[in-house]
Structure formats: C-alpha cells, structure tokens
Design a protein around this ligand. Structure first.
Ligand code: ADP
Length: 354
C-alpha cells in the first residue's frame, strides 16, 4: 500500500488532474519528424512479424470478450519501435493512449494524477519503466492488479486508508533494460515481448516508406545502402534518410541512389557496419589502452567522456549484436571481428594464455 504524505494528499490530485499530459523527459531527437512518420497500423509497422501475430490474436480475443487488454511490457534497445507498437495497439483497439516516462513520475502525485484521470479502456504508456521509483511502483501494483488506488493519508495516529476504484486501463511499459525491473512489477505484466533488431530488407522498407512520406525520390539500391548502415534500427534509418536527402538535394539532382547514399554516409563518417565515430572510438580505446579488454563499463565511459547509460543503451547493444564487442564477467572485450573491422591486427591468442 502506498503511504502518501500530507503534502501529497488528495487535494493535490485534482490539480494534477487538470494537467494530466506528461511528456517523456528524454527527448533527444526531433519528435515532430518522428511522429509524422510513425506507423499507425500493423500493415505499416514493418518487421517484428512474430510479435505482430501474437498481438493481433491478443487484441482480437480482448475485443471478442469485451475486456480490457492485459498489461504489456516491451523491451529492447532504443529506436526499435516500442512506443510505435503501443500506439498501433491503441489505434487497433480504438482507445486513447497517454504517454509518459518514468523520470516524469518522480512524486507520488504524478502517478496518482495520471491514474485518476484515465478513462475506461485507455492505455497508459510508461517509457523507461525500469526507472520508476519504489513509491510509484507500489502505487502501480494494486492499480494494475485490481484497478484500485490504495492510499493512506494523514499523520500516523490519524491515518486514514482510502481505496479508490480506477477505470479498467491497460499499462504498456517500455524499457531498454528488462533485467532492471523489479520482479513484482515484471510479474504484473501479462504479456512480455522483446523487440528484435531489423534485417537490412526490413530497414530498406522503412527507408522507402519514410522517403515516400518526405516526398523524396529513392531507388531500391539507395534504400538498401542506407538500410545497411542503420544498425538494425528504424529510428537510425529514418534519421539517415533525412540526412542523405539533404545531400541529394544540395549536391545531386534530388534523387537518392546508391552512389548518393554511400557518398553522403561516408561524409557523415558512418561506416559500412553503421558504426559512427563514438562506436569506433570505443573499440579503439579498448584496444589501445586495455589490450582489447576486458574492461569495465565505467572505465570505458570515463575514458570516452560519455555517460554510462549512453554507452550501455545506445552504443553497446548493436556492437554486441554485430559481434564486434563481447561481454564477459570481467568487463567488455573487443572480439576478433571487432579487430578485423578496424583493420587492427589482433595480439596472438597464444601470448594471452601465459
Ligand atoms: P522506441 O520506443 O523503441 O525507442 P519508437 O517506437 O519511438 O522506438 O520508434 C522510433 C522511430 O522508428 C519511429 O518514429 C518510427 O517511425 C520508426 N519505427 C519504429 N518501428 C518501426 C516499424 N516497425 N516500422 C516502421 N517504422 C518504425
């Protein structure tokens, strides 16, 4: 049961209720552009076919039973489509979606305000849900399980317990770190899905779709060239389409073909694996300063003057997936493939054995 201090008493809830829309805190990209191109239905949501199939069945069953959807958790690296799929689910169910993120729910009244302003059937989307604090989590437990808010208000001796019914809603959580979710919270999600990196073919479709929305002429080869360097991630593919289209307009005749794409991406220092300067600096640093590793994540972040979270959430997942970096109990290590990619000779395996 959540203990709410006097300061967070119910008087404040109505005030919060008047202003219930909370924006995600971590907006480090052009959200207007993202929202314009965000797919709104399953057909335009490319790839993730297993996930789409199971979701379609879940949605149909919920509609047939006339019940609200189970709470869902989507996890995977940033930019793979977790927010987008939540929007698709809402659109398919014909309900509204309220988007917020865990860092915006710092005080108990933030989460209480949102919960109390939800309407029946609505979807509440919480991004970065692994960052929810303990109090907010405890408020969520009975809300998710029994659709109630259990609260104690007032001082200890005069404390009153309140149980407030909530409309039936669906919580969709998104996280880049499923492992950091507390198990009581994780256990309250009926559906847990991991989003996978996209294939080059799927990303080429994303690229063509975005180019069409932006009214940019693109060839099949041009789309593939961008897709290959997009690190398996639609958000990156979309950003690159935009960047490359600037070059196409200014330096060429406006069309993106293979030559234009490769020329632009080389100038942007994005290599054929999709690695940028930060990724290469990370691998180079481990090789040069730590003989290829293993080395701890904090040391890597400090040496690159980067935030640990950026390294863990943005750089590392793709480097691991591409097999350029390895995670060992003693830290991160550059793989033989990583050495090869940078054109650096690997120290002989023999010498490291002694
Ligand atoms: P996440 O929430 O996982 O960080 P988003 O859902 O915000 O990622 O997706 C980032 C961008 O990538 C969106 O603007 C969307 O246009 C695009 N995108 C994501 N998934 C897909 C997909 N399956 N098909 C087409 N575009 C996608």
């Amino acid at each position: 049961m959540a203990i709410i201090s006097d300061d967070d008493g119910l008087e404040n809830v109505s005030r919060v209720k008047k202003n219930p829309v909370v924006k995600p805190e971590t907006i480090e990209y052009d959200t207007t552009f993202e929202n314009t191109i965000r797919p709104k239905d399953f057909d335009s949501y490319i790839g993730q076919s297993a996930l789409k199939e199971t979701l379609k069945i879940t949605l149909e069953a919920a509609k047939k039973r006339g019940k609200s959807l189970d709470h869902m958790l989507f996890y995977g690296p940033p930019g793979l489509g977790k927010t987008t799929i939540a929007g698709v689910v809402a659109a398919q169910m014909g309900v509204d979606i309220r988007i917020t993120s865990a860092p915006a729910l710092e005080r108990p009244r933030d989460i209480i305000g949102i919960l109390m302003s939800l309407k029946g059937g609505e979807i509440l989307f919480i991004d970065e849900i692994h960052r929810l604090n303990k109090v907010a989590e405890e408020i969520l437990y009975p809300a998710m399980e029994d659709f109630t808010l259990d609260m104690t208000t007032g001082k200890v001796q005069t404390a009153k317990t309140l149980r407030i019914p909530l409309p039936k809603f669906t919580l969709i959580g998104a996280t880049t770190k499923a492992g950091e979710l507390s198990s009581p919270l994780r256990d309250r999600f009926g559906i847990i899905n991991r989003l996978e990196f996209y294939t080059t073919e799927e990303l080429a479709q994303v690229v063509k779709r975005t180019a069409k929305i932006l009214e940019i002429d693109i060839t099949e080869e041009g789309a593939k060239a961008i897709a290959k360097r997009s690190r398996g991630t639609p958000r990156i593919a979309n950003r690159l389409v935009k960047r490359v289209s600037d070059f196409a307009i200014v330096k060429f005749d406006g069309q993106i073909n293979e030559e234009v794409a490769n020329y632009s991406l080389n100038l942007l220092k994005i290599d054929e694996f999709g690695l940028d300067n930060t990724d290469r600096a990370l691998l180079n640093m481990i090789i040069e300063k730590y003989d290829g590793g293993p080395v701890g994540i904090e040391t890597i972040a400090a040496a690159l003057s980067e935030d640990v979270r950026t390294i863990e959430d943005v750089c590392e997942p793709y480097l691991l997936q591409a097999g350029l970096l390895q995670r060992t109990p003693r830290g991160r290590k550059v793989s033989p493939e990583g050495y090869r990619h940078l054109g650096i000779k690997m120290p002989s395996e023999q010498t490291s054995l002694f």
